[in-house]
Structures are given as C-alpha cells and as structure tokens.
Write a protein that binds this ligand. Structure first.
Ligand SMILES: NC(=O)c1ccc[n+]([C@@H]2O[C@H](COP(=O)([O-])OP(=O)(O)OC[C@H]3O[C@@H](n4cnc5c(N)ncnc54)[C@H](O)[C@@H]3O)[C@@H](O)[C@H]2O)c1
Length: 486
C-alpha cells in the first residue's frame, strides 16, 4: 500500500515520517511552496524531537518525498490522509475550508479506488461533507461514486512527544461506516496499522460519527482536568494548602490517575483551546449547551492572567520602569509552537502596563517574535520594550521579577544564588510549579507558585524605581538580530 498525506504540518509530517519508517512509500503534499521546498532540501520547518532524524533517513532511502503537485500526490497513494488545519472561525466553530477544499481536489483527480482517511480534528458530520464534496466532483466528471470511501482516524499525538506517541499509540481510533466499500476499507485500515497491533489490538473500531466525537471528548476531558486542578490550586492558595500534595493525594486513586493534574498558568496550544471552543459551538448548533466545557475555557482564560494579576497586586497596575523576565515562550516544552501560548497573553499585558520584558526560550525565540508581532499589530511600539535574551541568566539581569511560563527541563535546576545576584529583586512567579517554595524562601527569595502555600512568600518592598535600565539597553543588539530573523 502506498500513502499520500495531504497537509505537511505537525500531524501530516509526523504521520508521513512514521509511516515511511514502517516501510510504506509516502508522498507528502502541501500547498505551501516554501515549506515543501524546505522539506525537499532536508529542512524541517517545525521543532519536534526526533522528527528531523526520521525524515532524513527515510528521505535518503527514497521512502518519503514532498510535493505541491496534487495530481501526482493523489495518483500515488492508495490511502489519502487529510491532515490539514481546522482553525477556529470567529464564532468558535471549526473552519472546514481547508478540509473541504482538499476533498474537492481529491474528487477532481481521482481515477481508481482511494481510501480517504481524515486525520484532521473535525466536527461530527464532516465525513458526510467530505463525501459530498468528492461525489460532487466525480458526478461532474461522470465517474462512479463508489471509487472511494471516507473513514475517520483522529490523531492523538502530543507535540513534543509526537514521534513516540505515533509509534507507540495507546489506541488507534478508526471510524468506518457501512457501505459498498466497507470490507475493503476495514482491510486497508487493518493493514495500515498492523505493526501496532501485533501484540494485542490497539485499534478501537467504531462508526465515523463516534470517531469524530471521540477526539473532541478526549481533548475536552484533558482540558477539564487541567482547569479543575487550577481551580483547586487557586482555592489552595487562599486556604494555605499545597496543590502539589493534593495532586499526589488524588492521583494515587486509580479511578483518577496521575496524568493531567498539574496546576499552572493555563493551557494553550493548537488543540485544547480550539477543540473545546468547537465542541461548545457544535453543541450550540444542536440546541445543547456544554456547561462543563464552557467553564473549562473560562477558567483557562483567567488562569493565563494569574501571574500578571499577582504581579499587579505586589507592584501596582502601572509597571512602567519594571523589568520582568520570562522563562519559556512555547505553549509547552519540546516544541516551538506558539499557538495560544500563555506567554503571548502575559507578555502583551505586561507591555501594555508599561513593563520592560526580557524573555528566554531554548527553541521558540523566533516563532515567539513572529507571534508577538501579530499580537501587537495595533500598537507595534509596545515591542520596543520587549527583548529576547540569549540565555536564561541574561534575561534575569536587573529584573524585578521572573515568570516561569514553560517547564523546559533546563529551567528545573537553575543556580538560584546566581539568579538572586542577577535580579534587582529576587521574586519568582512560578507558573509551572517547578521549584520548592521552602527552599527558595530559605535562600531569601520571594516565591509564588500556583496553589503552593503562598503564605510563605516573603514580602519584598516594591518602591518606585527609575525607568532607565542599563541591563535592558545592553541587549538591544540581540533583539535586533532576532527581529531580523523572525
Ligand atoms: N498539532 C497537534 O498537536 C495536533 C494533534 C492532533 C490533531 N491535530 C489536528 O490535526 C489537524 C492538522 O493540525 P496541524 O497542527 O498539523 O496543522 P498545521 O497548521 O501545522 O498544518 C496544516 C498544513 O496543511 C497545509 N494545507 C492547508 N490546506 C491545504 C491544501 N488545500 N492542500 C495541501 N496542504 C494544505 C498547510 O499549508 C499546513 O502546512 C488539525 O485539525 C488539528 O486540530 C493536531
């Protein structure tokens, strides 16, 4: 069986790379010419651990190639994956324009039987719309409408661990509907994922609508666990309890489990925010409300501003002349993805309040710069007070506070004494609960985690300070360099 993957973003590239690593001949199609050219030259446009290596070895062995030629790509694959984006529309519903345009394109090029496998996250009923779009084109060309089948195969990979998730799936959800091609489609999907089912079957077979909804239900459940723990953490804060103890205490219950119980400064990324919105919107369109999921979203929006609120409580609403250091920009570690990252909201609010911001991220610097330029489009001058530091310690120089927004491993065990020496005021707002509050308190540093006995915070005085900042000025060259690269 040969494979075509349409859309070469996070999901498409990982799917293509992993399937080629399993021996399939893969063609990845994308409409973005620059992206395809880069991929053809061996560059990988996203940061995903292990992806570059898998792509390089399969490209060298001739098992994967990249093209913008739809005709050639659709001719190639027996299975055609749709892995294009489904961004949120203004009303929160999933925008299906890319998916449906791919469906029409398939219909225009189809010559023999193809199995169309939808990997994009799409609302229930999308497979029907994909079928209509393909059939419309086939009828137009006077061809048989039995030349294809559409199945749903939602993707559950996590950015930052995507290769591992694809190669060692907990489960593979496949939705297939009854029809003339049922047996053929089942056999092809079975063959496609046979390598993962050798020991025991990981495939969960179901109808298409259930498969489409399974993906939203999974993301809504995970997002809800996070927002739930954030609410518990915020309560723990005022009650003088530690959410980290609570997390372990409840996670040990096998009915609850340990995953996704970490309190923090909000979730972001390309999936949870958009998929919860889309689920709420789907329910609304069918006269239902998803009260839990709506509340999950609202809690998350507020949580993203938690650290800014705390800073304002300590320093007042006008942050002019304050320098705030940020560690971590991507929405989570091991990715450079800035979609819906908490850092974007935090940085914009800090700049709007007059603060100077110096930020460091091990990987996402230029992606962050590009994202912030979009966020500050209405007032580009704000970015004059933003600086990308060359390393974590440079960001701290002369800072009045540090906000830890992404739990990259290199932030786990920093030199606290050096941090204290570098900062104008040793005040750490730990949005990912990386540090031990007692240990930092003993070092004479003010520390606030999320739900971490914040009664331990040592009070520092925050008297007005002059707005000129020699440290900040010294890193302007670096800023200009990174601006130019963004
Ligand atoms: N990123 C994740 O972690 C993740 C995980 C699971 C599911 N998903 C879902 O998978 C889908 C894809 O997400 P992503 O993060 O890979 O998106 P992405 O934005 O990174 O990539 C989408 C790619 O599709 C290409 N494209 C758009 N229209 C096209 C067309 N007509 N022909 C060819 N190429 C086209 C774009 O140029 C882009 O390269 C979404 O529905 C998303 O919700 C994403």
């Amino acid at each position: 069986m040969r494979i075509t993957v349409i859309g070469s973003g996070y999901v498409g590239l990982v799917t293509g790379a992993c399937l080629s690593d399993l021996g399939f001949k893969v063609v990845c199609l994308d409409k973005d010419e620059e992206k395809v050219r880069a991929l053809q030259e061996g560059d990988v446009p996203i940061y995903e651990p292990g992806l570059k290596e898998v792509l390089a070895r399969n490209r060298a062995d001739g098992r994967i190639r990249f093209t913008t030629d739809a005709c050639e790509a659709i001719e190639h694959g027996d299975i055609l994956f749709i892995a294009v984006g489904t961004p949120p529309s203004e009303d929160g519903s999933a925008d299906l324009a890319h998916v449906l345009s791919v469906a029409s394109m398939i219909g225009r090029h189809l010559k023999g039987f193809k199995l169309v496998v939808n990997k994009s996250t799409v609302p229930v009923g999308t497979a029907d719309r994909v079928r209509s779009a393909i059939s419309h084109e086939l009828s137009h060309r006077g061809m048989s409408l039995d030349l294809y089948d559409v199945v749903s195969n939602p993707e559950f990979l996590k950015e930052g661990a995507a290769i591992d998730d694809f190669m060692r799936p907990d489960r593979i959800v496949v939705g297939i509907d009854d029809g003339v091609n049922l047996a053929k489609s089942q056999r092809m999907m079975g063959d496609l994922y046979a390598s993962f089912n050798r020991h025991h079957s990981r495939t969960v077979w179901m109808d298409v609508r259930s498969a489409e909804l399974t993906k939203y239900a999974a993301n809504a459940m995970l997002a809800t666990r996070i927002s739930f723990m954030n609410e518990i953490a915020n309560l723990a804060d005022v009650l003088g309890a530690d959410v980290d103890h609570i997390r372990r205490g409840i996670g040990a219950d096998t009915r609850i489990g340990h995953s996704f119980l970490y309190a923090g400064c909000g979730y972001g990324g390309s999936c949870f925010p958009k998929d919860t919105q889309a689920l709420v919107s789907t329910a609304k369109a069918h006269g239902q409300s998803m009260r839990l999921v709506s509340a999950t979203e609202q809690v998350n929006e507020q949580q993203k501003l938690l650290l800014v609120d705390r800073l304002v409580q300590r320093m007042g609403p006008d942050l002019s002349g304050r320098k705030i250091a940020i560690w971590g920009l991507s929405f989570k570690p091991n990715t450079d993805d800035m979609r819906e990252a908490t850092s974007r909201v935090v940085i914009r609010h800090l700049l709007e309040r007059g603060a100077m911001v110096s930020a460091y991220d091990p990987v996402a610097g230029s992606e962050a710069m590009a994202a912030l330029q979009i966020d500050c489009q209405a007032d580009p001058g704000l970015l004059d007070r933003f600086d990308l530091a060359a390393d974590d310690m440079q960001a701290l120089q002369g800072a009045d506070a540090l906000m830890v927004l992404t739990e990259w491993k290199i932030f786990h065990n920093p030199d606290f004494q050096l941090m204290k020496d570098l900062m104008r005021r040793p005040f750490i707002l730990d949005g990912r609960n990386l540090y031990n509050p007692e240990a930092l308190s003993e070092l004479g540093m003010a520390y606030q985690g999320v739900g971490r006995r914040n009664d331990l915070v040592q009070l520092l005085s925050f008297e007005p300070i002059p707005s000129t900042d020699a440290f900040f000025q010294s890193s302007q060259v670096e800023k200009q360099k990174l601006n130019a690269n963004a």
